[in-house]
Design a protein around this ligand. Structure first.
Ligand code: SF4
Ligand code: SF4
Length: 147
């Protein structure tokens, strides 16, 4: 199951949804007048739906009856267009005013991070081991690290 982009997106295409999708599964293709959600890549997180200024995005089961054909459209497009054809290529264009998601850090987690950084500073562990620990701690906090 996946989310579906319906008619209100047509000729709007403001990319607000693209900026928040955590798995980059919302595609823009040259020559198409709307964006599409990849039915197999979407993880149903709901992040995009409230961002859409024209309420074009719906969970599959909530697509209004007059826009049912968009379920097929969001799927068939990926049979006719390669994902490599997306506007901006494999990587998405950065949205100018996009802000990184805020990450909540508890006092305990902050203490853990401080201890790890202190260990690095005092050379109690090797640089590689310290880096691995810090990355693991950040991952636990939901921070995505791209290599
Ligand atoms: S529901 Fe989540 S994963 Fe699916 S398109 Fe929207 S933001 Fe992306
Ligand atoms: S936020 Fe809505 S209108 Fe904008 S591109 Fe996404 S689906 Fe289309």
């Amino acid at each position: 199951m996946a989310y579906v982009i319906a008619e209100p997106c047509v000729d709007v295409k403001d990319l607000a949804c693209v900026a928040v999708c955590p798995v980059d599964c919302i595609y823009e293709f040259e020559g198409e007048n709307q964006l599409f959600i990849h039915p197999e890549e979407c993880i149903d997180c709901d992040a995009c739906r409230p961002e859409c200024p024209v309420e074009a995005i719906f969970p599959l089961e909530d697509v209004p009856s007059q826009w049912q054909q968009y379920i097929e459209l969001n799927s068939v497009i990926f049979e006719t267009r390669s994902v490599d054809e997306r506007v901006g290529g494999g990587a998405l264009e950065p949205v100018e005013d996009a802000q990184p998601a805020a990450v909540g850090v508890s006092a305990g987690e902050m203490d853990e991070l401080i201890a790890l950084l202190a260990a690095v500073a005092s050379k109690e562990s090797s640089a590689e081991a310290a880096l691995e620990d810090v990355l693991a701690a950040l991952e636990k906090l939901g921070v995505e690290i791209e290599s």
